[in-house]
Design a protein around this ligand. Structure first.
Ligand SMILES: [Zn+2]
Length: 340
């Protein structure tokens, strides 16, 4: 007969092995991104002098340029791992920011506009502004992220809901919407409860100290065309009425975890309200994947936050089938694509 202490040690070791195995599975199992590979467009080989181009880093970081003026959303390049984001502290990764700005060939930047103040949108923006001389645009919460990073006040501008901002030939109108509504109540409370950052925020801090602030859709008008950027899959009934757009950059992060009714309402209040001919899904990639190479990462771990992206691709494919007048596109990484 075995000694009871040996048995206890044995079962503890088994438990540890099982826990370790589960952790490795959750953190390192890769899944395909929830977009159709057929939507991928190649980088534009020739770029006319008067073209408007877009470059995509991943999540909701987009760089727009018309050759005269360049500006970007979010400017997020750091990719803290899932354990760090959920249980540790986060701060801008200076090397990742260097790499990200280089890969996007950003030199002069007129503005960086975080679409809301969560870490995966706003954390790096003050450093991007510092390095490029750009204005940091956004809510009072975003301004406090800038102040905590030591960005001079003259580079910070708090925007007003529905008040257009002129940047060269671009006219950007921020429209306040709701952030994506997490179905998990614990996640909703952590990410959306007590929404404002009311004092300068100095990292390293917990990822959820980057509170949401205001969530904006950006309507952009340029002599060449119009577009709408949704960084988060939230909506307000009727809010986008009258903001027609040729292209919608459709934030779909965690949308797979919502109900069918929520997904339908989101589509109706964004795409149907603005009547685009092109839809470009964004924020479908892993928050913890590297910023170079293909769009894969610790997708399963990231999906745990939102209970999985499994319903997203069938939803988008059904919308594509039902709307033959709309072309679905996904962007390559970093390389410029002619938008207009
Ligand atoms: Zn968010």
């Amino acid at each position: 007969m075995k000694h009871p202490i040996r048995l206890i040690l044995l079962s503890t070791a088994t438990l540890l092995a099982v826990a370790l195995g589960a952790a490795i599975f959750l953190l390192h199992t890769y899944q395909s991104p929830p977009v159709d590979p057929e939507w991928a467009v190649a980088p534009s080989k020739t770029i006319p002098d008067d073209a408007v181009t877009v470059r995509y880093t991943g999540t909701a970081t987009l760089v727009f340029s018309d050759g005269e003026t360049t500006w970007m959303t979010d400017g997020w390049f750091s990719r803290p791992g899932p354990l760090q984001a959920l249980f540790g502290k986060v701060e801008p990764d200076l090397d990742a920011i260097t790499k990200g700005l280089q890969r996007n060939e950003v030199h002069d930047l007129a503005a960086v506009f975080p679409l809301h103040s969560h870490y995966d949108h706003a954390m790096d923006a003050p450093e991007v502004a510092k390095r490029t001389g750009a204005l940091l645009l956004g809510s009072e919460s975003t301004a406090n992220i800038g102040r905590g990073w030591g960005l001079p006040e003259e580079q910070i501008r708090v925007v007003t809901n529905r008040e257009p901002i002129a940047l060269g030939k671009f006219t950007i109108t921020p429209i306040e919407l709701r952030h994506f509504q997490f179905p998990n109540p614990e996640m909703a409370a952590r990410a959306l409860g007590d929404p404002d950052i009311d004092a300068p925020l100095k990292p390293p801090v917990g990822a959820f100290d980057y509170k949401v602030g205001k969530a904006y859709a950006l309507h952009v008008a340029h002599p060449k065309g119009t577009w709408l950027i949704l960084g988060s899959a939230g909506f307000v009934e009727g809010a986008l009425q009258g903001y027609d757009a040729d292209v919608v950059f459709l934030g779909v992060g965690a949308l797979g975890s919502q109900t069918d009714a929520y997904r339908e309402s989101y589509w109706k209040e964004t795409v149907e309200r603005t009547d685009p001919s092109r839809v470009i899904p964004i924020h479908w990639d892993s928050l913890t994947g590297p910023i170079e190479g293909p769009f894969t990462g610790m997708v399963r771990a990231a999906a745990l936050l939102s209970k999985g992206p499994d319903k997203l691709l069938p939803f988008l494919e059904a919308k594509e089938a039902a709307n033959p007048n709309i072309t679905f596109i996904t962007l390559p990484r970093y390389a410029p694509v002619v938008l207009f």
